[in-house]
Structure formats: C-alpha cells, structure tokens
Write a protein that binds this ligand. Sequence first.
Ligand code: AMP
Length: 434
Amino acid sequence: MSFTTLGLSEPLLRAIAEQGYNEPTPIQKQAIPVILNKQDVLAGAQTGTGKTAGFTLPLLQNLSDNTQPKGSRHVRALILTPTRELAAQVGESVKTYGKYLPLTSAIIFGGVSINPQIATLRRGVDILIATPGRLLDHVGQKTLDLSHVECLILDEADRMLDMGFIHDIKKVLALLPKKRQSLLFSATFSNEIKAMADNLLNAPVLIEVARRNTSSEQVTQIVHPVDRERKRELLSSLIKKGDWKQVLVFTRTKHGANRLTEQLGKDGITAAAIHGNKSQTARTNALANFKQGTVRVLVATDIAARGIDIDQLPHVVNFELPNVPEDYVHRIGRTGRAGNFGEAMSLVCVDEFELLRNIEKLIKRPIEKVVIKEFTPDPSIKAEPIQQKSRGRSGNNGGGHSGSGERSKPRTSSSERGRTHSKSTQSQASRRRG
Ligand code: AMP
C-alpha cells in the first residue's frame, strides 16, 4: 500500500516523498482514512510507530480542504502534548508535512518568553501545538481564542495524565466548541485514559497498532547484571568497546543524570544531561549536539526523554531501571523506530530484581541476561532500598519552571516521577499554577 491510495492530496504526497517515506506505517494506514472521514479516534500507539504523521497528514488535508475566509484567522486545530520537546517535534512535523500547503502553525510552551508567542497568535494561526500549562496562561491573558477549534488532538495522553495535567486539560476542553473532531493518542490505556476517552470522544474508531504494553519487536533487549557501584564503569566500557557513537542513557533522577554525565566526561566520553531542571536552551542545545554527533551520550530522565525523536537511534541503556514498568516500554521505544533495529540494554543490580520482574511481567517475556565476565556481580552484596530521592536537592522538584510544559507534580519524594496516581491533583494543579 502506498500513501497515494490513502486519499492524501498532491501537496502532502510531495512532502512525504521528500521525507523518503515509501510506505505508510500500520498506524498511518489505519488512522489516515478514518481521520480524513472526520471521525473521532482512540489510538493506542507508542512513539516510533509513525503516529505523528498518522494524525498530522489527515489533519492538514482536512484543514486545507476547507480554508478560512480571507481576513479571519482562527485557531482551527489544537494539538496538546505533555512536554516542550514533544510540542517542538510535533510542530516540526506539521511544518514539514504542510510545507506545500497555505496553512500556518505555532508552537506554544512554557519556560520561554510569552511575548513572541502572543505576537504570533495575533497574526493568526491555523494549527496550534501546545503544552497545557502555557496554553492556559494565554487563555488567562486573553491572547488566545479556542472557540473555533475544529479538531483537537491529545498526543501521549497517558503521559499528560501522569504529569498531573488532567485539570488543565479539562479547562481547555471547556473552551472548545462541542462540535469538533477529537483524536486521542496514548501508548497505554489505564482506567483514567479510558474514562477520559469516554468523556471526550464521540463514537471513536479504536486503532491499536503495537499490542498493548508490549515492547517493540524491532528492539533487541538485554540485561547485564552488574554491581551497583560498577555500573558507570560497565557503561563506559560498553561504549568504548562497542565504539557506540550515539547512545541514550536513562537514569531515575535528575541528580543521577548530572552525576553520570560528569563521570562519563571524566572517562573521556562526551555526554550531556537532559532533564526538567535544565533550561529550555540547555535542553535544546544538548539534543542538537547529540543529534549532530558532537555529544556521544545523552543522559535523560523519563520525563525529559519523552517525545525525543531521533531517527535510527541505535542504543538505549537503562542505567537504572524505571520504578514504573510502563516506562521501560517507553524508554526502549526510543530505539528500533519505524522499521530500524535497535538495542536496549539494562544495567541491573541486586536492588532492582523486583523492578525487572515487574517489567518482564508487563512485556510478557523474560529478558535475556548476559553477564560480562569482568563485571560478574559479587553475590555477597545485599539488596538495598532503591534511592528514590535526587540527593543534594531539597523540596519542590518542579521549581524554577513556572509555566513550563514539563512540570513534575510536587511530591514528598523529589524523585522525578514516582507516578503514584494521587487523588489530590486538584491541589497539586493549583499549587503548580500558583
Ligand atoms: P513518531 O512515532 O511519530 O514519533 O515517528 C517516528 C519516526 O518515524 C519519525 O522519525 C518519522 O520521521 C518516521 N516516520 C514516520 N512515518 C514514516 C514512514 N511512513 N516511513 C518511514 N519513516 C516514517
């Protein structure tokens, strides 16, 4: 099947051809005709499946089929994303695929000055890609009118809920016209997501590509058992021996990400950290350097990494296993994307065996264990409770990021995210917004 048979118009086909895509991915095959038909969609798809083009292409076509009267420039499509990085990437896709269409778009997220965004909105945009917090800031300042939105897209809805955006999303929904198309994309389907879908979608077409909560078949997964204190040494050795040029490494905490970045630097391996305490500029630079290859290792926490789109990322390393098994699936989804093969390695110490068991239960298969001889674990080392806190920091984890798209819920634990589905999101949301 080619893109032509999906009913896409010539300007879109031209842009797709320029990207070098020969064939639609499974999510694209299923979603494009349904969205072109103006139906609501509930889609289960991870990053890496081609979901962004899956909703962007038909959206662009629907909007261009029916352009606005001259002079009026209302926001006609709203795409909400959990993080700034994802907003930036989706915005990039909208520009790329829409380059031969006379539609305008803007990306809006926190952590940067609001004034240029106001100026852009004033000029008028057809498609707005935004994180919920900053979007509501604009609504509050009356610099944004959402009453003409024809299509709403929630991208990575599960992550938005995890990050405590539910009340922000509800506020946004109240501002949209009742009659509209709504598309909800989520990698996982919790009861919360299902409830949200029931509320939001009208007779949705259900599309699910990769089986729910299973990890990508394109990714080779390996566990290297290793002692807690020797992980860094093992990582450096793997990178050097394998001559890895581009590796994404996950840590549990921001502090852990910083520390590892420093240590790798001392081992002569260029590395940069990307997490919620870094400024937007620092994050953008780190990602750009990583993509260009001037930085070999990008050390990221789960929230920061969400939405990072790097073509053909060959190696993902779990320096520490995530507390939440679903995050493992998200993490390894960074490699083996859109038909490429990838390798995901987890450095697992005695403290993490329980986490590993939970992950294997979720993906419904054991992960191959490979002991590297020089790093054979010392059986006399006893398990210790997992460090949940980012050491060396105190108090509010989300501090310093007012209005940002990536705001962690303030918790008693300052780990980047423990994802306990707290019932007190209302007060959290108001604290965050305050
Ligand atoms: P996404 O799941 O939207 O994050 O997309 C993952 C990656 O797949 C992106 O880098 C896209 O550029 C790429 N991609 C999307 N559609 C296709 C396609 N039909 N063929 C090849 N690559 C694609």
